[in-house]
Write a new protein. Structure first.
Length: 244
């Protein structure tokens, strides 16, 4: 056996599988140059992530993962979203519960149906395509509402929004760059309208104040006077929406 092969490192994969009490789970593997040790975490949607420091060795990472199997099993058992994107499930749309109805036809658009006592969302394409079809539609609805809200708050504060981008994040509802570009989590469309409006006002205010000092909150209050109530709602209920 030659020296290069003897001392070669095992490549670090992008994912690995771990068997826990409930069965096998896929763990995403991320190499982080700033990490100083191995770390195992779980996103709000129940996605396990193993962080490996630069220079870390895969056998060591595997051993760390095995030692934390019990913790991961317990953590995943506590993360349960009350919502599911499946036929018959109920999800909120702008804060109002809607039952999902799957349609067998492959063509067509997601439609809101308000007949009877229970609002429904009719989703074409069958159960195998429901999540993708529905999420695509929810993103379009979120963009429409956020663009209107951001334009209104920007006019109130005398600023310009350079761009609005929707993202699929597991921990953040919005962000603002120094260039005035705003990023939002599409799941805001699930929350009551005043919550989406507050997050829009929050990020637009950051164009003027890139901080959270008292002057920033006074800026938010100028365009969204009653922001404290939706802010509290998001703190209390946001994790459930993130888990969807």
């Amino acid at each position: 056996m030659g020296l290069p092969r003897l001392f070669a490192r095992t490549a670090i994969p992008e994912t690995t599988e771990l068997v826990i009490a409930s069965g096998p789970v896929t763990v995403a593997v991320r190499v982080n140059a700033r990490a100083r040790s191995y770390r195992l975490s779980v996103s709000a949607r129940g996605e396990p992530v193993l962080t490996v420091p630069r220079g870390g060795r895969w056998p060591e990472a595997q051993a760390f993962l095995e030692r934390n199997t019990g913790w991961l099993s317990a953590r995943l058992s506590r993360i349960q979203s009350p919502y599911a994107l499946a036929p018959g499930a109920i999800i909120p749309l702008r804060g109002s519960p809607h039952r999902l109805v799957g349609l067998s036809g492959l063509r067509g658009l997601v439609t809101v149906v308000n007949e009877g006592d229970e609002p429904q969302l009719h989703v074409p394409g069958g159960p195998d395509h429901m999540r993708r079809r529905l999420v695509d539609w929810l993103k379009k609805e979120a963009r429409h509402d956020l663009e209107m809200a951001c334009n209104r708050h920007a006019q109130n504060l005398g600023v310009t929004v350079s761009a609005i981008t929707l993202r699929d994040q597991s921990t953040r509802w919005g962000s603002c760059s120094s260039s005035g570009s705003l990023n939002f989590n599409w799941r805001l469309i699930l929350a009551p309208p005043d919550v989406l409006d507050y997050v829009a006002a929050h990020e637009v205010a950051h164009i003027l104040e890139m901080n959270h000092r008292p002057v920033f909150w006074r800026t938010v209050a100028k365009t969204c006077p009653h922001y404290e109530r939706p802010k509290a709602w998001l703190k209390a209920n946001g994790a459930a929406l993130m888990a969807l």
